[in-house]
Design a protein. Sequence first.
Length: 96
Amino acid sequence: MGRSTFEWPRGAEARDTAALELWLAVHGWEVDPTVFMAGGLGPAVQVQPIGGADEDEEPGLLILPGETVEYAQDRMRIAPRATVAGCCGTEQHRAS
């Protein structure tokens, strides 16, 4: 699968979480149900490979409000701002 991004909005609500969960599942990742963090700009979300990260697998990733997550080449990471601004040619999802 190619490159894909998801914008985690500030002030995220239940529908945003549902959209994120669907996007993550396509890429073999899930929201870590053991971590919840609330802040002034909205919730932060911890994500991990489905089933949790083993020692040999990539560790989880913390997504802060307003960040864009990028899935590329079997990796999940926070997209650099330059990638977010010029995301032409990528599949981008925004919670709405």
